[in-house]
Design a binder for this molecule. Structure first.
Ligand code: FES
Length: 150
């Protein structure tokens, strides 16, 4: 991270503890995740321990700690999707790609997230890959669709 980027990260903040969440949001927005390096720098800037930062940030599902993949898979586990097999879909993706929710494949091709509701419950179960929404998903279709993403 360049010194310019670092300054950008903290500009407008005084280094108070209450700045933690807004700074984490800024890092997440700019880098797509909260890197170890960012946590170290925030720790120094706010004078709080790295453990405290991880402790607070892990309460919020919006923050991720691994670099996103080239393609992001979101499997909906909201009520409508859950009762129509959302969990089976996420289990299938975990097995197929050998990752858990919140992780990225070693090759960087995919990351996997569990989400609460994608806002199209009538089409459950729903999976989103990048900006594409797939409705009434089945395990077989999902495995085929994954092949389309490099
Ligand atoms: S519960 Fe899955 S889209 Fe609403």
């Amino acid at each position: 991270m360049s010194s310019e980027k670092r300054a950008e990260l903290f500009s407008g903040y005084q280094g108070e503890e209450g700045d933690l969440i807004p700074i984490l949001q800024r890092v997440q927005e700019k880098q797509g995740y909260i890197s170890e390096e960012a946590v170290r720098r925030i720790s120094r800037f706010l004078k709080i321990s790295e453990n405290q930062i991880y402790g607070v940030a892990s309460f919020y599902s919006q923050f991720r700690f691994t670099e996103p993949g080239r393609n992001s898979i979101k499997v909906c586990l909201g009520t409508a999707c859950h009762v129509r097999g959302g969990q089976i879909l996420i289990d299938a993706v975990e097995r197929e790609l050998d990752i858990s929710p919140g992780e990225t494949t070693a090759c960087g091709r995919f990351d996997l997230q569990r989400v609460a509701c994608l806002g199209c419950c009538a089409l459950a179960p729903v999976v989103q890959i990048n900006d594409d929404i797939y409705s009434r998903m089945t395990v077989i279709r999902l495995k085929e669709i994954l092949q389309n993403y490099e």
